[in-house]
Design a protein around this ligand. Structure first.
Ligand code: TXA
Ligand code: MG
Length: 350
């Protein structure tokens, strides 16, 4: 039996936060909003509670979880040390969508880290999340609150779709903001390395470091490399439909989508098109969904996962999606699109 609790994100009701915190303290599972996506939380220090997360999501055991804290001082018992580099990043970007890897202390169950010696930690920038963690007075392990392999939830209704009946509580705090998950950053190497692009962009990180690397396993043509972030190896964020992403100049993208639309409809497939404000009127199809404005890519990030779910509700067989420029938040958007498409990205050169 899953209880759904509506909480106002701007002015969280103390009594309701306390009810949710009690569930966490008692070893239960609570889905809650963050500024990125909804998380499925449990007491990070309780191995049995953490196990419940893996079961509810159907998550592979080797995919480690992020530990969420509500106050910087909560980090010290969880890690061996906090390096200088980390302190700088925490000061600049926490609370916010940046997850950092630390050498874990003995307090962290190996269940959380999938057997790795490092633990991923972040402080979310969301009133409900922070007040919940503070009230529970515990570090909270929380992956995205979706069924493993599905698009991450950016609204409580998505969590309800996936996890109703499988977890103890869902906090409905409305839409999340950023819409794609946090950036996962490895600072154990000389040059900081992005293991998963997300809400804090490479450009943001370059304000602090002269150089920032991207895990080579994330590049398009690297099928044989093993990503350092275990989650990145799975097909992910996936709609039921097949998906093709077209990248290039907008003119060419839309021309190519028109051709593919014709080709696949002639084969009898129901084709959906993920378009943008700039192109919404140029496709001759009933199944066009606008994901956002190309001039404000943060709107595309905010809507991407929701739109993938909408295509599934329409029951399309194939989604043709316009790619975006791979800079700023565009890097995270293209990473998620590439995964949703199972690598099926067509780049048009001119
Ligand atoms: O924005 C977010 O990060 C959301 C919200 C709820 O905070 N959480 C989230 O968690 O996206 P999840 O479990 O869906 O993704 C965690 C990612 C996975 O790709 C996992 O492999 C990686 O972080 N990760 C966790 N611990 C790691 C570690 N020790 N080393 C490398 N990668 C790690
Ligand atoms: Mg996830």
């Amino acid at each position: 039996n899953t209880e759904v609790l509506k909480i106002d994100r701007n002015n969280p009701d103390k009594e309701k936060i306390k009810m949710a915190a009690d569930v966490i303290k008692n070893g239960g599972t609570v889905a809650f909003p963050t500024e990125t996506v909804y998380g499925l939380g449990a007491n990070a220090l309780d191995e049995k509670a953490v196990e419940k997360i893996f079961i509810a999501k159907g998550r592979p055991q080797d995919n480690p979880l992020i530990v969420h804290i509500g106050d910087v001082n909560q980090i010290y018992p969880l890690v061996e040390s906090v390096p200088e580099k980390a302190l700088k990043l925490m000061e600049r970007f926490w609370p916010g969508p940046l997850t950092l890897l630390f050498n874990k202390s003995d307090k962290i169950p190996s269940k959380i880290t999938g057997g790795l010696e490092t633990v991923a930690i972040r402080m979310p920038n969301h009133k409900i999340a922070v007040e919940l963690i503070k009230e529970a007075n515990l570090p909270v392990a929380a992956p995205s609150a979706n069924t493993s392999g599905k698009p991450s939830p950016t609204n409580a209704s998505h969590v309800i779709e996936d996890l109703m009946g499988k977890i103890d509580m869902i906090i409905d705090g409305g839409n999340t903001g950023v819409g794609v998950e946090s950036t996962v950053l490895d600072i154990s190497t000389d040059m900081p390395t992005i293991l998963r692009p997300g809400g804090i962009t490479k450009e943001d990180l370059l304000e602090i470091f002269p150089e920032v690397k991207i895990d080579p396993a994330l590049e398009k043509s690297s099928k044989d490399l093993k990503p350092k972030s275990p989650g990145q190896k799975y097909r992910h964020y996936s709609p039921n439909a097949q998906m093709i992403v077209i990248q290039g100049e907008l003119q060419e993208i839309s021309q190519s989508i028109k051709e593919l639309l014709k080709e696949y409809e002639e084969k009898g497939l129901k084709v959906g098109i993920m378009a943008t404000e700039q192109t919404k009127n140029i496709y001759e199809s009933k199944n066009v969904i606008v994901v956002g404005d190309r001039d404000r890519p943060e709107t595309i990030a905010a809507n991407l996962f929701k739109v993938l779910r909408e295509f599934d509700k329409k029951g399309v067989d194939l989604i043709l999606a316009e790619g975006v420029e791979e800079s700023g938040i565009g890097m995270a958007i293209m990473n998620r699109m590439r995964k949703a498409a199972g690598g099926n990205v067509k780049t048009i050169e001119n």
